[in-house]
Design a binder for this molecule. Structure first.
Ligand code: COS
Length: 388
């Protein structure tokens, strides 16, 4: 389908596609098998200028936005969800700085992320605060011109590998949600270490790790926005990055569809390629239609983010919800089409199915996305009601 991308957007997509096919494809199975962090690939991505596609030129990025970011994520995901999330999660760490950072903070942190010299990460989730993000326990207590940060963060993508972390912690527990604040914290600071590394079903080459803060002194100038704005920083960031998870899901679905098509054209049963059977044809047709519909929604949601549309929280949640459910269905069908072969590690569709699952979970489960969509729908309806 023609999406009328600009020349620059097509260049970004084609570049990401080339890196994915030439550099990631040959090593993806090994990266997955070894659960090995893809540093070599990240260095190649850095060299290709793709790390800063969504970062303004004044901070050494390419000056695009969420749509450009989604185009790159989609292409990487077609080949490897684990590499793609490593790339995307650095954006999740950079977006709060882009949205809420002072000029000094942006100049200090964004150029390294844009150039791929450093990775970023975003730390909101805790062991007992996943969906219920407002109940985080990590605390930052003001002490002179520092905040003293203590607490643990769980399941942090790029944990241990990233240099720059945006961490949400309570500066005033009595105020509940309005007592949370966001801080930029650097790897290597005293009192900041790493805990358990998760062993995962999919996206195995990516790092998912616990962050441990024990009286870590964070300079006051590393507060993002102002005290009490932490929850809004987190929510606004997720509004900007959820289309990226949608793009990841679209890429995985497209990768699984491509494999299914290729396989069904060469696999013969009953003396004919299985692509000649209607049972397979209808599966392929549904997979293609659903993937295209998901792509359309993801691109539209990304444009909504770039346009700073009022309903971006809703449309980003819709894109993530629809695309990730699509990726799950499409990859399950891909395994079914490849059947016995699909269930083995000889073919990539079993990995795609494992990688797809997490897109329904991270950056907010799909149950939470439905809550976000419904809350905004009801708010919009109430607003219209008032005008009448
Ligand atoms: N933009 C700006 N402000 C927002 C916002 C958004 N998108 N979403 C919520 N807020 C504000 C609300 O306006 C409200 O402010 P006031 O109290 O001043 O009115 C405040 O934040 C609290 O919002 P709400 O009442 O909706 O919070 P809840 O605790 O009910 O939960 C959900 C909100 C469940 C949607 C939130 O906790 C969430 O997104 N959870 C999932 C977290 C997640 O995605 N984790 C993955 C981590 S990254 S891998």
């Amino acid at each position: 389908m023609e999406y009328f991308l600009t020349e620059e957007q097509e260049m970004i997509r084609d570049l990401a596609r080339r890196v994915a096919e030439e550099e990631i494809l040959p090593v993806r199975a090994e990266l997955d098998e070894q659960e090995e962090f893809p540093w070599d690939i990240m260095r190649i991505l850095a060299g290709s200028d793709l790390c800063g596609v969504y970062i303004p030129e004044e901070y050494e990025g390419l000056g695009g936005g969420c749509l450009e970011f989604c185009l790159a994520i989609e292409e990487l995901s077609k080949v490897c969800g684990g590499v793609a999330v490593t790339y995307a999660a650095s954006g999740l760490g950079a977006y709060p700085i882009l949205l809420f950072g002072t000029d000094a903070q942006k100049h200090k942190y964004l150029p390294d992320i844009a150039a791929g010299r450093k990775l970023a990460a975003f730390a909101l989730t805790e062991a007992n605060a996943g969906s219920d993000a407002s109940h985080i326990q990590a605390a930052a207590v003001k002490d002179g011109d520092c905040y003293v940060l203590s607490g643990n963060k769980h399941w942090i993508t790029n944990g241990g590998e990233a240099d720059t972390y945006v961490v949400i912690a309570m500066t005033n527990k009595e105020k509940g949600i309005r007592g949370a604040s966001a801080f930029i914290v650097e790897k290597g600071w005293e009192g900041f270490s790493f805990g358990k590394k998760e062993r995962k079903m999919g996206i195995r080459c990516s790092s998912t790790r616990e962050l441990v803060f024990q009286n870590c002194r964070v300079p006051r100038e590393n507060l993002l926005g102002r005290e009490g704005l932490g929850f809004v920083v987190a929510m606004k960031t997720l509004d900007c990055t959820r289309p990226g998870i949608g793009a990841q899901a679209v890429g995985i679905a497209q990768g699984a569809l491509d494999e299914s098509l290729a396989y069904s054209r060469q696999r013969k049963q009953f003396g004919k390629p299985i692509s000649s059977f209607q049972a397979i044809q209808h599966m392929l047709a549904d997979m293609a239609t659903q993937t295209e519909a998901a792509r359309t929604l993801v691109y539209a949601a990304a444009k909504n983010v770039d346009a700073k549309a009022k309903d971006a929280a809703k449309t980003s949640a819709m894109a993530k919800l629809f695309a990730s459910d699509t990726a799950m269905r499409v990859t399950v069908d891909a395994v079914q089409i490849l059947a016995g072969y699909g269930y083995t590690r000889e073919y990539p569709v079993e990995k795609m199915m494992r990688d797809a699952k997490v897109t329904q979970i991270y950056e907010g489960t799909n149950q939470i996305q439905r809550n976000v969509i419904a809350a905004q729908l009801i708010k919009e309806a109430a607003g219209k009601g008032k005008k009448r």
